[in-house]
Design a protein around this ligand. Structure first.
Ligand SMILES: [Zn+2]
Length: 329
């Protein structure tokens, strides 16, 4: 047993070998396509994509999430892991779901990871005349993030368990800028859904990272993030976000988009769940699926970003400054 993500205990078997499919691209599903339930592949078929197979790989941290393998109309293949790798009735932290998910993606050879989320806006500019504000109904390409929890930043039991002395992830451009531009262009041309406004990374929207919990933000958290935005000029959205550090350490370009679904809880008197259920089940899932499918069928690894360069190699002597690893028994 070892101490794991979030300080929990989990089984760890480094001898496990990956037996799932390989692909350069993947998506982690998420709240924009929640309303489709387990029928994402049916929408995919309508748009000319074929689900080739469904896998359930074993990982060093236990049985992993479901991995769907698709081929798009262009012939490009990609993987899909539903809802950030979460499994019914399993606490994602306790079961190390983010480790399992990233271990699978890393082993599968994924270099482009497309992820969507829905979010509450903490923008301080809530007067309807504030047209530049981040409001419900907007589409956001966040440019940075704030972690609200201790994120996983490595993959225990592998060479990426703790690689800081060897390589350090500089967290400028956590969300690949050229891929964000491509996602923004695709979102602007969706036939099903017109967003009030699409915020490019130039709008400097910050994503408050939180993944997997049984609640929304408290009023106090929302107010704190609202004030942070007012003081820095960088509006904050609260929503799902896999660990950008883990994506960088695994040498992936992370493309993140967010659909703003509500004002963050406590900032307005309305109950966001009514709006959310309507949005999740009726308004956005088909459009979000089309958006993801069209991107996964044509995105190529960008050459004009710094995602790889920002994982900086360090002098070999730094590794020698740590206690040596124990000899294998
Ligand atoms: Zn990149």
């Amino acid at each position: 047993m070892s101490v794991g993500q979030g300080g929990c205990l989990c089984g760890l078997d480094p001898s496990i070998r990956y037996d799932g499919p390989h692909a350069l691209l993947a998506t982690l599903g998420g709240s924009p396509t929640w309303g489709l339930g387990d029928r994402f592949h049916e929408v995919a078929e309508e748009f000319g994509h074929t689900r080739l197979d469904v896998h359930r790989p074993l990982t060093p941290y236990g049985l992993g999430p479901q991995v769907e393998q698709f081929r798009g109309p262009s012939g490009q293949e990609f993987l899909r892991i539903p809802t950030y790798g979460q499994v019914v009735n399993e606490d994602p932290m306790l079961r190390a779901s983010e480790w399992k998910t990233f271990w699978i993606l890393w082993q599968a050879g994924v270099t482009i990871l497309l992820v969507g989320g829905t979010s509450g806006s903490c923008d301080w500019r809530r007067n309807p005349a504030d047209l530049d504000a981040v409001r419900p109904g907007d589409f956001v390409l966040p440019f940075s993030y704030l972690p609200r929890d201790t994120m996983p930043t490595g993959l225990p039991g592998t060479e990426l368990e703790y690689c800081l002395p060897r390589q350090v992830a500089i967290m400028d451009d956590p969300f690949c800028p050229p891929l964000a531009e491509q996602v923004a262009r695709a979102a602007a041309s969706l036939p099903e859904l017109q967003f009030r406004r699409i915020h490019p990374q130039a709008d400097r929207v910050v994503l408050n990272r939180w993944l997997a919990g049984n609640g929304f933000e408290s009023m106090a958290t929302s107010r704190m993030l609202e004030e942070y935005g007012r003081q820095t000029g960088m509006p904050v959205i609260t929503g799902d976000c896999v660990s950008p550090v883990l994506a960088r350490v695994c040498e992936m370009h992370l493309a993140y988009y967010h659909i703003v679904s509500n004002w963050s809880t406590g900032l307005m008197p309305d109950d966001p769940t009514i709006v959310l259920d309507e949005m999740y089940t009726r308004q956005i899932p088909r459009a979000a699926a089309r958006l993801e499918l069209s991107l996964l069928d044509r995105l190529q690894e960008p050459a004009d970003c710094r995602c790889r360069a920002l994982l900086r190699q360090r002098p070999a002597v730094y590794t020698l400054a740590l206690s040596p690893a124990p000899e294998p028994s």
